[in-house]
Design a protein around this ligand. Structure first.
Ligand code: NDP
Length: 305
């Protein structure tokens, strides 16, 4: 059993804390005090800020914040984490963050004898709750070995991606690829509907062919076709991940023709559909483009049966 600090108790952070609390003592902090109180009622220890967590003698501090900007803030604000952590403490950033900024943060912490790894997750809040989420770690072999048993109390799917920043890179590249597949599949769905193929039949056949994958066998039949239901991941969050991936491409002079295209389609979707909509809603762009209504087409097919 370890004492662990945790900063960022949003949708993902709270789910991770609940898994960790099954074996460890969690010292928690979030700007949203209600989020702190909910977890304290479940057994966590309340902290009064990042500095308080740093001074509480924890052996590891986990951050799960919207972006690397907030991670930098909690680490290096006046009397923040870095100013209060004991030498030898490990900081693990589970934010979907920026590879280049994370490398800089790790170098600054190293000057104080504090180690850092990045460990973003993929699999959504449900994956975290069910203990199946993938955790992709960037950092030295030694730090990975040190953090692994703690991460395994969240999920057995813990991977060492490479050196510091590699976890973030792996995560945003994964999401860039899944976004490109999503757009191509939705475009195909709109065309198939226009041609008169029943949407569920389209998904069924697609999931057995060369274009099969998560979007074909889960997103379409479970979320999109039965009424554009929420998948639990915001369009804006995915736009953030696409922006991180394409920025990384720019930083490293690696052309990302398809990734940059996908990012711009997501930008258009945010402008047209709103900043707070679920990722499933992006199908509307393709429905409007082809002048079809996938859900209505499926309903009509069901009635005709
Ligand atoms: P949320 O927006 O639900 O939660 C973020 C929390 O951080 C909020 O409670 C917010 O408080 C708090 N916060 C913001 N700034 C600070 C700060 N400076 N100090 C302390 N607390 C702060 O985000 P999620 O939990 O959904 O996501 C967290 C990370 O996990 C993101 O990087 C996201 O990309 C990643 N992720 C999320 C997934 C998901 O399905 N949700 C899936 C995979 C990765 P307040 O609201 O008061 O600002």
């Amino acid at each position: 059993m370890a004492d662990i600090g945790f900063i960022g108790l949003g949708n993902m952070g709270a789910a991770l804390v609940r898994r960790l609390m099954r074996e460890h003592t969690l010292h928690v902090w979030d700007l949203n005090r209600a989020a702190v109180e909910v977890l304290v009622a479940e057994g966590a220890v309340a902290a009064n800020g990042p500095g308080d967590i740093g001074a509480s003698g924890v052996e590891m501090v986990i951050t799960c914040l919207p972006t690397s900007a907030q991670v930098e803030e909690v680490l290096f604000e006046d009397d923040g984490l870095a100013a209060n952590l004991a030498e030898g403490t490990l900081v693990a950033d589970m934010t979907t963050g920026d590879t280049m900024i994370t490398k800089q943060l790790a170098a600054r912490l190293a000057e104080q004898g504090i180690s850092m790894i990045d460990a973003p997750v993929s699999g959504g809040v449900v994956g975290a709750e069910q203990g199946t989420i993938a955790i992709m770690v960037g950092g030295t072999e030694d730090l990975f070995a040190r953090a692994r048993p703690i991460f395994e109390t969240v999920s057995p799917n813990v991977f060492h991606a490479g050196d510091i920043g590699a976890g973030h890179a792996m995560k945003v590249i994964n999401n860039m690829i899944s976004s490109c597949i999503r757009l191509a599949t939705f475009e195909g769905l709109a065309l198939a509907t226009k041609v008169g193929i029943e949407p569920m039949r389209f998904a069924e056949i697609l999931s057995k062919g060369a274009a099969r994958g998560f979007v074909a066998d889960t997103t379409l039949p479970k979320y999109v076709i039965p009424g554009r239901q929420e998948q639990g991941f915001g369009l804006a969050l995915m736009y953030k991940d696409l922006s991180l991936a394409t920025q990384l491409g720019q930083d490293l002079k690696a052309p990302l023709t398809t990734g940059n295209y996908a990012r711009e389609v997501f930008r258009r979707a945010l402008n047209e559909l709103g900043e707070d909509v679920d990722i499933t809603q992006i199908v509307r762009l393709f429905e409007r483009g082809a002048d079809v209504d996938v859900c209505a087409a499926q309903e009509a097919a069901d009635k005709a049966d």
